[in-house]
Ligand binder design. Structure first.
Ligand code: UTP
Length: 286
């Protein structure tokens, strides 16, 4: 079945990015010149997603506003004759159809996804966490949607992480069945290293079916007192859940150093900035 909808939860407190996230929502913080939520939307659109549902906190309007037309700004840029910039600005609201649902209280990612239950309808959908920025040749979400079309069961993105990161992430017990594709036999949120089944960590991309909502309703708050998507997905393992070990570079921009690393990564990929940045970095070492 074609996957047309993406859910992007942006209702969290973003405590690791305080004080920056006090009044600017974390997904609006930029990687270089582009808010992290815009990068997630681009990856979704490249995967063929047509409708994007943001899960926002009460009164948080910045993400919705970002994807709407800004007539005054557009007229101002037009008056200056900067047609390239104008085109870039006009393209943003056209990326997809956008809507918002409100998460009443910040009860965790699982609860945020449950808030989108009415909005997704009966179709499968993807969830993208904008904190996880991935640079790869093809959209990671796109590869996962293709895998879903073949297997018809939920797919989650994973990557290998060093031992010291294991106890702060969701970890899977998995067996490789095809290149980069695994069947999952267990998953656990934030395990102590000596109890972790592997070094494969869940990264914020999921292809889900609507059964997940019932699983979430049945899920008791877990690690950190939050309703964990990992716990709900674990209950679906008997029917089959797949992991996709994506290629490319991944950065968690939900923490200050990660956000800086993402900007550096992005600048080094831009022909108009790379050499100036490299020169400046070399100067720091002198
Ligand atoms: P995180 O676990 O990173 O939480 O959420 P957070 O609040 O954003 O950040 P920290 O840990 O306090 O620094 C993962 C994703 O789930 C969303 C967040 O906005 C983020 O995109 N989320 C989290 C919600 O939408 N609602 C919640 O209740 C919790």
């Amino acid at each position: 079945m074609k996957v047309r909808t993406a859910v992007i939860p942006v209702a969290g407190f973003g405590t690791r990015m305080l004080p920056a996230s006090r009044s600017v929502p974390k997904p609006m913080l930029p990687v270089l010149d582009t808010p992290v939520v815009h990068l997630a939307v681009l990856e979704a659109v490249e995967a063929g997603i047509e409708h994007i549902i943001f899960v926002v906190s009460k009164g948080q309007d910045a993400v919705r506003a970002y994807f709407e037309h800004l007539p005054e700004l557009e007229r101002g840029i037009e008056a200056k004759g900067d047609t390239k910039l104008l085109e870039r600005m006009l393209a943003i609201p056209k990326l997809a159809q956008f809507s918002c649902v409100e998460q009443k209280r910040q009860l965790g990612l699982g609860d945020a996804i449950l808030s989108a239950a009415d909005a997704t309808g009966e179709e499968p959908f993807v969830v993208l966490l904008p904190d996880d920025v991935i640079w790869s040749e093809a959209s990671t979400t796109g590869a996962m949607v293709t895998l879903f079309a073949e297997r018809g069961r939920p797919v989650i993105a994973v990557r290998e992480v060093p031992d010291e990161r294991v106890s702060s992430l969701g970890i899977v017990d998995a067996a490789e069945v095809a290149d980069r594709v695994y069947t999952i036999s267990g998953m656990v949120e934030k395990p102590p290293l000596d109890e972790a089944p592997s070094n494969l960590a869940i990264i914020g991309r999921y292809v889900l079916v609507t059964d997940i909502f019932e699983a979430l309703r049945q899920t008791q708050p877990g690690a950190g007192g939050e309703v964990q998507i990992t716990d709900a997905l674990a209950s679906m393992i008997p029917g089959g859940v797949y992991a996709y070990r994506f290629p490319g570079t991944h950065v968690d921009v939900g923490r200050p150093l990660g956000l800086l690393q993402a900007s550096v990564t992005e600048a080094l990929r831009r022909p108009d900035m790379a050499s100036e940045l490299q020169e400046w970095l070399r100067g720091l070492n002198r």
